[in-house]
Design a protein around this ligand. Structure first.
Ligand code: HEM
Length: 126
């Protein structure tokens, strides 16, 4: 029997490309979040998040090949992330998820993961 991954169920690479692209359009205009990103070009950051999410949800493991083990909390230590940054991140991600118009159950799985992950990335609680 063949297991359909979440990655496949939501439409594969194209869906993650749209999601993360829309998310970074929000970040690009955000006065709180934009200064956190070290590079002037958000393209490379967009690619890293896209590849990470594709891998996390059962798609190709290109992220690990390029970047090694995710260790996301550790990789975020250089950036001051408080509740305000977390909420801004989640707001842009919510808009990006909305645009995918996924079936309710898939939307909920994705959103539950993002809220959990974003809460775990806070390293400067107020
Ligand atoms: C990288 C901010 C939450 C996944 C980054 C970077 C910043 C950042 C500034 C560096 C950009 C770059 O790659 O050059 C934040 C803030 C968050 C947050 C403010 C608010 C809570 C998350 C969450 C996830 C995530 C929830 C996963 C679901 C990633 C990944 C990278 C990254 C995969 C690239 C890691 C690497 O390979 O170097 N983030 N992030 N972030 N973030 Fe976040």
């Amino acid at each position: 029997t063949q297991q359909v991954t979440f990655y496949e169920a939501v439409g594969g690479e194209e869906t993650f490309r749209r999601l993360v692209h829309r998310f970074y359009q929000g970040v690009a205009d955000d006065p709180l979040l934009r200064p956190l990103y070290p590079e002037e070009d958000l393209g490379p950051a967009e690619e890293r998040l896209r590849l990470f999410l594709i891998q996390y949800w059962g798609g190709p493991n290109t992220y690990n090949q390029l970047r090694g083990h995710p260790r996301l909390r550790m990789r975020h230590v250089p950036f001051v992330i408080g509740e305000a940054e977390r909420d801004a991140w989640l707001r842009h991600m919510r808009e990006a998820v909305d645009e995918l118009a996924l079936p309710e159950q898939l939307d909920k799985m994705l959103w539950d993961y993002f809220t959990m992950a974003a809460h775990s990335m806070v390293n400067a609680p107020s």
